[in-house]
Design a protein around this ligand. Structure first.
Ligand code: ATP
Length: 301
């Protein structure tokens, strides 16, 4: 029996534009993906029985074949039947579920990295990302993490220089979840007429801003097309964003298709008192004070 423990980082989008609808049903996007230091912990233990099993300390996470961590294990086992063993996966959840933080994708990515190690497969990061792409658009990014430009359906990745410093605050209404397919569908129905003029080059300017390494500049240029459909449908999220700005945030944005909102502060000593006040103003919201993270998956043990 061998085992390993991995940390899987959550992801936010500093920039997200929806450029069109593709023939395969996915949307064409241009986005900047960024890991943040809010992580799940995954324990992988090989077992003599050939089967795969999974447990999780969070009741909302499925422990059947729909769990992305289990899907990742099955995918690698099918590709490498000789090296594959049975595996038990236990997930300690910190990343809120269905929050627009790619929690499931990060778990799947961690299993790919962990089994590559436990089964001695010797797969490279691009090879692992090839498997990840079969399971979800966000998963290839989660394998490597850090800061990256994502084009295509978000799975064609170009690493970008790391964003460092400052504090990132995440906030999520406890009882609110937003379906990503709903958000894409509603965006397409409402803004289809803008697709003709949309171009991936629009992200070039944001990439230049990132290269300036100025957090204030980055915060001033945050952009997420999903805000155009999510904020009108959920005015409480727009209010929370404004709450962050009133409490001194450099910038604030919906994360992915939401409902999580993040805010950037120049440092944690400014973020902490702001969050203390916001906790009073928004008792129905969970807050996390964290920071940018240069990786997606880390082997802890
Ligand atoms: P994304 O930003 O990639 O759209 P998300 O962060 O909004 O995803 P997840 O936390 O990944 O959302 O959960 C979305 C759904 O995926 C959950 O409702 C759950 O049913 C399912 N799921 C499958 N595997 C996992 C996992 N390991 N952890 C959390 N949710 C999972």
């Amino acid at each position: 029996m061998s085992q390993c423990t991995l940390a899987a980082a959550a992801k936010i989008n500093l920039y997200l534009r929806i450029l069109g609808l593709r023939g395969d049903g996915y949307h064409e996007v241009a986005m900047v993906l960024q890991s943040v230091n809010l992580r799940d912990t995954l324990h992988l233990t090989t077992q003599s029985r050939k089967d795969m099993s999974i447990t999780c300390d969070h009741p909302q996470v499925p422990t059947d074949g729909t769990n992305l961590a289990l899907k990742a294990a099955h995918l690698l086992a099918e590709a490498f039947p000789k090296q594959a063993t049975g595996v038990h996966i236990h997930i300690e959840k910190q990343i809120p579920v269905a929050a627009g933080l790619a929690g499931g994708s990060s778990n799947g990515a961690a299993v790919l990295v962990g089994l590559n190690h436990l089964w001695g497969l010797g797969l490279t990061v691009p090879e692992l990302q090839g498997f990840a792409a079969q399971l979800g658009s966000d998963m290839p990014f989660c394998v490597q993490g850090g800061t990256a430009l994502g084009t295509g359906r978000g799975d064609i990745l170009e690493p970008l220089p790391p964003v460092t410093g400052g504090a990132v605050v995440l906030a999520k209404f406890v009882n609110l979840s937003i379906s990503t397919p709903w958000a894409y569908r509603t965006y397409s129905e409402t803004f289809r007429h803008t697709f003709a003029e949309a171009s991936a080059q629009e992200s070039d300017h944001f990439v230049q801003v990132l290269a300036s390494h100025s957090l204030a500049e980055i915060a001033a240029h945050l952009h997420n097309d999903f805000e155009k459909v999510v904020l009108p449908a959920h005015p409480e999220i727009a209010q929370l964003k404004q709450g962050f700005l009133d409490q001194g945030a450099l910038g604030s944005l919906l994360s992915g298709s939401g409902p999580t909102v993040f805010a950037l502060y120049s440092d944690a000593t400014l973020a902490q008192p702001a969050v203390e006040q916001l906790r009073i103003d928004y008792p129905e919201v969970d807050f996390w004070v964290t920071e940018f993270c240069p990786w997606g998956v880390a082997m802890i043990q």
